[in-house]
Design a binder for this molecule. Structure first.
Ligand code: NAP
Length: 338
């Protein structure tokens, strides 16, 4: 069976997902696209074998020619499209964030609970990265004892001037926040933000770097370093310290070059390069599940929790205070898999 997917939002990541749905993944084709910029949608559809262009997201979701939907439009539009997919009973892969406010995420949780089934997967692709998966397996095996600390570093070579300090929490650290929940198997209970000496490379309005301290619900601590003008490359680091051992992401090189009295390897240029395989594995998992009427991967609950923690992070950034995180009771629909 081929899953006919409609894509809403054909900007940067929308087009990248269309490329992988069309040329990399199995059992799927892009049957429809739409974008608020219809000319862009038409131009993207023109390069596909047989994709319809719809005037808006609601029409695309309602079409009998669309089995499942990828939402890759800007974050503020996600709620509307995810709710429409749930109402239509169609599986939806929603790029992060699930929605931009806690209230919007609440409405999505309520809709799925009322429908009695999970239809939403949120694009936290790090959960499909081989390194993080191996780390999680090691932690679950007990090899390092109970996890006590997770150190995460998220370094970008540079960012556009439009990026704000709050945006660093919401758009950058959101991945580290989800990774902490994924690796440690606990919720975030409180957030503090520390502001180190600013990089002279950062725009004058930007607190770069910044450090988040996340208190996890089981007492473990997570530190997140976000440094977005680091220059040397896109570098993602992570280490979990357990009672009797540690487990860390290795450098991602396939080769080590030795010459001129030194050795070294390549550091990815950006997130697309670093996580290319994770995006492929993530979307294939969604396609396989949707084709079999199942849900998989990061759920609406994970999207909700990430948005609530980011809100607390933004508050902690501006107040300088420790901000407790209060989550609603987790509906049984989102009970962790055994
Ligand atoms: P982008 O390049 O700006 O693309 C977004 C597209 O959505 C644009 O074509 C935009 O049109 C369109 N759009 C705006 N409002 C719309 C609406 N109401 N209905 C349909 N289309 C609409 O942004 P992007 O970088 O691809 O990011 C898209 C989403 O993916 C964001 O939520 C972002 O956080 C997420 N993302 C996730 C990752 C990840 O690592 N998982 C990486 C990158 C992005 P206009 O340009 O005309 O407004």
């Amino acid at each position: 069976m081929t899953l006919d997917v409609g894509v809403i939002g054909v900007g940067m990541i929308g087009q990248d997902h269309i490329r992988r749905l069309t040329h990399v993944l199995a059992g799927v084709r892009v049957a429809a696209v739409t974008d608020v910029d219809l000319d862009r949608a038409k131009s993207v559809a023109g390069a596909l074998p047989d994709a319809q262009v719809f005037g808006d997201g609601a029409e695309l979701i309602g079409s009998d020619d669309v089995d499942a939907v990828v939402v890759a439009s800007i974050g503020s539009t996600h709620e509307e499209y995810v709710l429409a997919c749930i109402a239509a009973g169609k599986p939806v892969f929603c790029e992060k964030p699930l929605a931009t406010t806690r209230e919007a995420c609440d409405r999505i949780l309520d809709a799925e609970v009322a429908a009695g089934r999970r239809l939403t997967m949120v694009g936290f692709m790090r959960r499909y990265d081989d390194g993080y998966r191996d780390m999680r397996e090691v932690i679950a095996s007990g090899h390092i004892g109970a996890p006590l600390l997770f150190h995460s570093a998220h370094r970008n070579p540079s960012v556009p001037d439009a990026v704000t300090s709050a945006g660093m929490v919401v758009d950058t650290c959101v991945h580290d926040i989800d990774t902490a929940r994924y690796l440690l198997g606990a919720e975030v209970a409180a957030v503090q933000v520390a502001k180190p000496r600013r990089s002279s490379r950062a725009a004058s309005h930007l607190q770069d770097p910044l450090v988040l301290l996340l208190e996890m619900s089981d007492g473990a601590l997570t530190t997140v370093e976000a440094a977005v003008n680091i220059g040397y490359g896109y570098d993602i680091r992570g280490e979990v310290v357990g009672e009797i051992g540690t487990v860390a992401l290795a450098d991602t090189n396939r080769i080590v070059l030795r010459r001129d009295g030194g050795f070294g390897g390549r550091i990815p240029a950006d997130w697309r390069e670093r996580f290319v395989r994770a995006y492929d594995v993530e979307l294939q998992a969604w396609v396989d599940a949707a084709s079999n009427g199942r849900s998989t991967g990061p759920s609406a609950w994970d999207g909700y929790a990430a948005t609530v923690v980011c809100d607390a992070g933004v508050e902690a950034l501006s107040s300088g205070q420790r901000v407790p995180v209060s989550l609603r009771d987790r509906p049984a629909l989102y009970a962790p898999e055994a």
